[in-house]
Write a protein that binds this ligand. Structure first.
Ligand code: F6R
Length: 366
């Protein structure tokens, strides 16, 4: 049932070229250059006119929401707020009839997310969902939704559900942007083509498994890790740190790279491994300065870079190259090496990767 893989998690990481394609199937029409999201058709006009959108979720699904925030704001020019469901529900949040809430959940059973949805609905909001499990409580409770179609995720740590959630959010953003006329047709078409190429690029990325395994061996005894990224790769940094913590029990923190100098830089010495996600996007020059700041303090750097990058390579200790794509789509590719790194460090340490201690696949208690 693990399809020849040692763990469900590894199988699910390697399923991503397929799960991303499944998530886009029937929705992305490459020939027609169009996007159709059947599940939320009845609410599309409300979404197009929404003055703001609130996303509620927990954990890795919350992080997919942060990528969604960046993508929807960029292309649709709609203000987005991403909320931890557990905070939102107890804060007496401002919700008015007609407001739009999008709940994101792999399992569709997370107690805090479900409670946040019920609260918003009681106040008259329209709540849509992005769920993986068909017929789950959240999918049934919400007015409409878009399934991620990533297939069953057995490993407790979310991997293929995360990349599918981001894929759905990008499809949603592009579809809304086109209808709101906040994106140029040429950019829209370029993004459609890039989406179509994603499964192959993820496949290429997975071929670096052995290299990442080697890095895992070098860093398995570290007691701390920092993950730094900017822009679209900032939530990826947070997700990389979360994966490492939950799988290998190594303390890890994700941070927006430029925030380093406001405190965490004090932690840097020759024993601190720092993972930079430094692909070539609008923040590239800025993140190079951040890398130099860490190097000057002797931190050990692993950098995720765009294929062919020479500048970062000269500055850091180790690089992992990822195929180039549009910066808004990069999180789907740049998270893959971080999933593999956390997986292999945990395996090296003898941890139970499919069932890390203290964790459950569905958190049905608050
Ligand atoms: C991390 C992880 C958790 C879940 C969170 C929400 O790898 O799996 O952080 O993302 O418990 O779960 P869902 O998406 O089922 O609501």
């Amino acid at each position: 049932e693990k399809g020849g893989f040692e763990h469900f998690m590894l199988k699910e990481i390697f399923e991503q070229p397929t799960s991303i394609a499944d998530c886009m199937r029937g929705r992305l029409d490459i020939a027609q250059k169009s996007i159709k999201l059947g599940g939320i058709e009845a609410y599309i006009n409300q979404l197009i006119c929404a003055p703001k959108i609130t996303i509620v979720a927990c954990g890795t699904s919350w992080l997919a929401g942060v990528v969604g925030e960046y993508v929807i704001e960029e292309f649709c020019r709609i203000p987005i707020k991403v909320e931890y469901a557990s905070e939102f529900r107890y804060r007496n949040p401002i919700i008015k009839p007609g407001d739009i809430i999008i709940a994101i959940s792999q399992s569709g059973e997370t107690a805090d997310t479900l409670a946040a949805i019920e609260l918003a609905q009681a106040k008259g909001a329209t709540v849509l969902s992005i769920c993986n499990v068909v017929g789950s409580s959240i999918a049934r409770t919400t007015q409409a939704g878009i399934y991620t179609h990533a297939g069953p995720e057995i490993g407790v740590a979310s991997t293929k559900a995360f990349t599918a959630q981001i894929t759905v959010l990008i499809l949603l953003a592009l579809s809304l942007a086109q209808q709101r006329k906040t994106i140029m047709q040429a950019s829209f078409e370029e993004l459609i083509d890039e989406l179509a190429n994603l499964p192959d690029k993820v496949k290429t990325m997975l071929q670096q498994e052995c290299k990442i395994k080697g890095l895992a061996n070098l860093f398995k005894d570290a007691t701390n890790f920092l993950y730094l990224g900017r822009g679209y790769n900032y939530p990826v940094a947070l997700e990389g740190a979360l994966k490492l913590k939950e799988l290998s029990y190594i303390h890890a923190e994700g941070y927006p790279a430029a925030e380093m100098k406001h405190g965490p830089i004090a932690l840097i010495d020759e024993n601190m491994p720092v993972v930079f996600i430094a692909t070539q996007d609008r923040t590239y020059e800025k993140i190079i300065s951040n890398i130099q700041e860490i190097k000057a303090r002797k931190g050990k750097i692993i950098a995720i870079v765009t294929q062919g990058d020479e500048r970062v390579k000269q500055l850091v200790d180790y690089v992992i190259e990822v195929p180039a794509t549009h910066e808004a789509l990069m999180p789907i590719i740049s998270v893959i090496p971080l999933q593999l790194l956390a997986y292999y460090i945990a395996v090296e340490k003898g941890c139970n990767v499919d069932q890390p201690r203290n964790l459950a696949k569905s958190v049905t208690v608050e």
